[in-house]
Design a protein around this ligand. Structure first.
Ligand code: MRU
Length: 365
């Protein structure tokens, strides 16, 4: 995707410094576009935990390079296992992280120690390239849905979508998941408008999704997290579309905190609620998402403080709760499959159920 007319991926290996990677520091968007150079495993772990890099598919891809960095001095099985455990623990809910690390470890254990760094870079590069292709396919399948809505509306007015958090190109290597169909619909000339949930407490909606959509020229409106139900009742939402950090074998969906409430409101108002995901987000080992998916608990400060722009254009923090009041900060919640209209994957759409997922992925053990 483009920033100021220049095409970027959200992660790349510069040709003149190919043993490092570049990412955007996502804690600086939209105030500034700043690159971060990563070349060791600790730097990668820190970028993931601080959320300088975020979004389930992207943290998986970045962690894959982190594993290679860890092998530069010691490429033994022990070093590989240790680095893998370290990286997987950086964020517990997004399964793409574990998926990428397990793929890398399996691949590298079949290679001699001497060849592991080179093989690691090649495999991490492949993960990135595949992510781009997969998201493009998700975009095409999701675009069909938006087209159907547009046709049903007799090509009148606009298609109103609502999204939560940021599942756009900066959350993946490129395109995004939930936003990919929206970009494609806009590019094809379908008049889309997106209600963007602010997504407290870290405001990925108002800071990141609004910035992405605005940069691409997609009409959008930032709304308070609590406003979505109201707009659904008023008939102003044709479809909810979100990304996800983990989908279970029975189709339960973990995503940014607040997603579940949007699904409940959508269900009550007969608004279709779709979830876009690459197959690397499916955790075939768990079924009941509410009971089995670990939910990341983040710092209470993310709830107790808000970050905004001061008059100089610098980010500043203000406290929004009394001194001494504690806060709790679960970063994700689980939407049960029964509230999900369907899943959009790189292989097409399916019902959010074991049968639905198996119909698209019969080859997965
Ligand atoms: O905590 P974050 O910002 O990493 O959470 C991101 C989300 O919840 C996204 O919706 C999800 O990872 C899908 S990204 C394609």
């Amino acid at each position: 995707m483009k920033i100021n007319g220049i095409s970027y991926r959200s992660l790349w290996r510069p040709s003149d410094d190919a043993s490092s990677i570049r990412i955007f520091d996502q804690t600086r968007f939209p105030w500034a576009v700043e690159l971060l150079e990563l070349r060791d495993v600790d730097g990668v772990a820190e970028a993931i935990t601080s959320m300088q890099v975020r979004g389930a598919p992207l943290i998986g891809a970045v962690a894959a390079y982190g594993l290679v960095f860890a092998l530069q001095d010691d490429a033994s099985d022990d070093a590989l296992d240790k680095a893998a455990t370290f990286l997987v623990a950086t964020r517990p809910t997004a399964i793409n992280l574990r998926w990428a690390i397990e793929r890398m470890v399996k691949h590298l254990k079949a290679v001699s120690e001497a060849g592991r760094v080179a093989a690691g870079y090649a495999e991490a590069d492949a993960i990135c390239d595949e992510d781009v292709q997969v998201n493009e396919s998700i975009g095409r399948h999701g675009l069909e849905l938006i087209r159907e809505i547009w046709e049903r509306k007799g090509r009148q007015g606009q298609v109103n979508l609502l999204t939560h958090c940021n599942a756009g190109w900066i959350a993946t290597v490129d395109w995004g998941t939930a936003l990919a169909p929206i970009y494609m619909a806009h590019d094809e000339g379908i008049p889309v408008h997106v209600w963007v949930d602010e997504t407290r407490p870290r405001n990925q909606g108002s800071l990141l999704t609004a910035w992405e959509l605005g940069s691409h020229g997609v009409p959008h409106t930032v709304i308070a997290d609590n406003a979505g139900g109201h707009y659904m009742q008023a008939g102003h939402v044709d479809m909810v579309i979100v990304g996800t950090d983990r989908v279970t074998a029975q189709g339960d969906v973990a995503n940014k905190i607040g997603t579940y409430l949007k699904a409940l409101a959508a269900h009550d108002n007969n608004v279709p609620f779709w979830v876009a995901l690459p197959s690397s987000t499916i955790d075939w080992r768990v079924r009941d998402g509410v009971k089995e998916i670990p939910i990341e608990e983040r710092s209470p400060d993310e709830v107790l403080f808000m970050t905004g722009l001061d008059s100089q254009g610098d980010a500043s923090r203000v406290r929004i709760a009394p001194l001494g009041s504690p806060a709790a900060n679960p970063a994700f919640d689980v939407t049960p499959a029964r509230l999900v209209t369907g899943l959009i994957t790189e292989r097409g759409r399916c019902e959010a159920s074991e049968a639905g997922l198996r119909s698209l992925f019969p080859d997965t053990p």
